[in-house]
Ligand binder design. Structure first.
Ligand code: FE2
Ligand code: FE2
Length: 286
């Protein structure tokens, strides 16, 4: 007989994953197709060719990144489901749905606002390929054959702490600096705010998962730190790749500001994890 949670104890409604699931049912239901892009399209034509190219560059990287996290989440969902953690799996269904909506939005932007029909992959530099084409699918794909805590920690650190918690957060900062600085593309700004709100739940789940894994396997802290450092090097390479392609840099963006911003996001995640390691985690603050 199958051991259903619903047939036994029922759902643990006070658990942290259920709280995230409740939030996702309220905040994660926005529709990328509903944004009115008319003003954004008008604003687009006021930008110089280099300004347009940088925004296309960033949205091309974001779009492929959202697709990558959509594809690569499945092995983690499978591990969690196979361990019978129904509350976590319930939240992860919203997580996956949100990633496809993010993919949907960036595709819409590239088609309707930028009207870009060139090669989107041409923007994938060496650092991006190392992280998004190699490290991410390799860390998550390992879960297809290895459910060990080591493999789960590598997967969650790469996915939740580096790709979402460090790279994507730095990307949002770039969008806000550019778009709010000029007061342009209002619907895109709104969509990115929605998307970032979804991502804060994803990162919060990663923190929960890693805290749970570390509590049961304290020696795995070394795996966690090694993966964090490796990921940060790729994020730095991505920022360097982007800035190296523009002279002068559109919108007066400054590379040091972005390297420092990425480092501050990394340190924030690292600090929360070291608190978790000491059993002092406060999950609601993410
Ligand atoms: Fe996303
Ligand atoms: Fe995400």
């Amino acid at each position: 007989m199958r051991n259903f949670t619903m047939a036994q104890r029922g759902l643990d409604r006070d658990s942290y994953p259920m709280k995230l699931f409740e939030k996702a049912k309220v905040f994660g239901v926005w529709n990328p197709s509903e944004f009115d892009l008319a003003q954004d399209i008008q604003d687009w034509h006021t930008l110089t060719a280099d300004e347009q190219r940088l925004i296309i560059h960033l949205t091309a990287l974001f779009g492929a990144g959202e697709e990558a996290v959509t594809l690569d989440l499945l092995p983690l969902i499978h591990v969690i489901a196979s361990e019978g953690r129904i509350e976590e799996e319930m939240f992860l269904t919203t997580f996956l749905w949100e990633e496809v909506k993010h993919t949907d939005f960036f595709d819409r932007f590239l088609r309707e606002v930028a009207q870009f029909d060139g090669d989107r992959a041409a923007f994938h530099g060496i650092g991006y390929r190392k992280l998004i084409h190699e490290m991410l699918p390799s860390a998550l794909g390992a879960l297809n054959t290895d459910h060990s805590p080591t493999a789960q920690i590598r997967a969650s650190v790469t996915y939740n702490m580096i790709v979402e918690g460090t790279l994507a957060e730095t990307g949002y900062h770039a969008f806000y600096t550019i778009l709010k600085g000029r007061n342009i593309l209002p619907a895109t700004v709104q969509a990115i705010q929605k998307l970032q709100q979804d991502e804060s739940r994803h990162i919060a789940y990663g923190l929960y998962l890693l805290s749970r894994l570390l509590a049961a396997n304290p020696k795995e802290w070394r795996t966690l730190e090694a993966t964090m450092v490796q990921g940060l090097l790729h994020v730095n390479a991505i920022i360097n790749d982007i800035f190296s392609q523009y002279k002068p840099m559109p919108f007066n963006l400054n590379i040091t500001t972005f390297l420092m911003y990425a480092l501050s996001q990394y340190q924030k995640r690292h600090h929360r994890l070291s608190q978790a390691r000491k059993g002092k985690i406060q999950l609601d603050g993410e």
